[in-house]
Design a protein. Structure first.
Length: 392
């Protein structure tokens, strides 16, 4: 019983530096080894490189050579060589440069959002493993108590001081605890396998029974300001709006002519002439409907931004008030009292001051309360992880 008391005091105490270091280490490993994140990083790099090549100052060099043949002339009678290069109107480069900057920002925000969601999933798995580790320790302590009580009841039964009902009750209690322990171990293995899969298939050792330290819950108005300034889903949507708005400006310049300059050489028998090539092309049809398409994309981005803000605030509001309520409820639990009562009940049974059946009635109620506390504590830390998910 002393082991149980020491364990629970450590669980409800403020999480120490070791617990915080452990989760930071696990998340750092997953960020480095996670296959999905590796793919996202490469895709992000590819997208940035693709964007950077879309605003070249000049187009590809064009070279053409045309030989001409005439009757009575052996071989080529004349020829034409044209080397040319096309340019967009200068203001288009400036507009596209700004658009590319917005697109780079959008790509970076999208990666940050996807990274956050993956690391949040990993953190929630970590918290679940911590809960299962704590539950395992409690069940191990309960099993020790059950073994001691069963031995006591068997002794009393042999001496005629206990009934068969009391003996069967002690056996069933130990059997139920062993079943719970087996279920706990299966759940722990599954959770560890899931977090190992997120770590690129490499093992992750998580033995902590304590939760990492959490931030204090601020007042709701302060929290709303924090969310509006830091939520990555909103910031990503804002970046998409900025990029779409600049795309409209770029497409509105599609009516501007394209420029072409080059070198031209014509030969005829023993004579040759050289000159320059200067021309323009007017995009009568190539820019058709591009501005309307960009405007539609911009409208969709604005709607998505409004939806992201509303969804983020509503989701976080419900989690915020649930976390506040759980924090108040957890403070109502008197764990030293419950643990001390369990120890006193066991001593009373051993000393013959309390019947076995009455012990199980009282002890089962206390153990159920302890299990509820552990579940609520885990839920509280899950909520806090979700409320501060943008700091991952």
């Amino acid at each position: 019983m002393k082991k149980t008391i020491i364990f629970f005091i450590s669980v409800i105490a403020a999480s120490n530096l070791c617990a915080a270091q452990e989760i930071d280490t696990v998340l750092a490993l997953i960020e480095r080894n996670n296959k999905d994140l590796q793919v996202l990083r490469k895709n992000s790099e590819a997208a940035l490189l693709e964007i950077s090549t879309e605003n070249n100052v000049q187009q590809d060099l064009s070279v053409s050579y045309s030989p001409f043949f005439s009757n009575g002339v052996n071989g080529v009678s004349s020829s034409e060589l044209v080397v040319s290069m096309g340019f967009d109107f200068p203001t288009q480069y400036a507009a596209r440069k700004k658009w590319n900057d917005y697109r780079n920002e959008e790509t970076g925000r999208q990666y940050s959002l996807q990274r956050r969601d993956i690391l949040l999933e990993a953190k929630l798995l970590y918290l679940e493993i911590v809960r299962l580790n704590a539950e395992k320790a409690l069940l191990e302590s309960r099993l020790e108590n059950a073994d001691r009580l069963l031995a006591l009841v068997e002794k009393k039964f042999g001496e005629g001081g206990a009934t068969v009902i009391e003996l069967n009750k002690a056996k069933m209690d130990r059997m139920n605890i062993r079943t719970l322990a087996a279920q706990n171990e299966a759940a722990r293995r599954a959770a560890l396998q899931n977090i190992e899969a997120m770590n690129g298939g490499m093992p992750v050792i998580i033995e902590s029974e304590e939760y990492p330290q959490t931030q204090m819950i601020p007042d709701f108005e302060t929290y709303c300001e924090y969310i509006s300034a830091s939520d990555l889903s909103v910031l990503s949507a804002e970046a998409s709006v900025d990029a779409a708005a600049q795309e409209i400006k770029v497409n509105r310049q599609n009516w501007l002519p394209k420029l072409e300059v080059g070198y031209r050489r014509n030969t005829a028998l023993n004579e040759a002439s050289n000159g320059f090539l200067v021309g323009i092309s007017v995009p009568l049809f190539s820019g058709m409907n591009k501005t309307k398409t960009a405007e539609a994309r911009h409208s969709a981005a604005i709607a998505n931004l409004e939806n992201a803000r509303l969804k983020s605030l509503n989701e976080m509001r419900s989690k915020y008030y649930e976390a506040v309520s759980l924090a108040e409820t957890l403070r109502e639990y008197d764990l030293p009292l419950m643990l001390g009562t369990l120890e006193a009940l066991e001593k009373a049974v051993i000393n013959g001051q309390f019947s076995i059946m009455d012990y199980y009635v009282e002890a089962d109620g206390i153990y159920n309360s302890l299990a509820e506390y552990m579940n609520m504590e885990n839920r509280y830390h899950v909520l806090m992880a979700e409320l501060y998910r943008n700091e991952l």
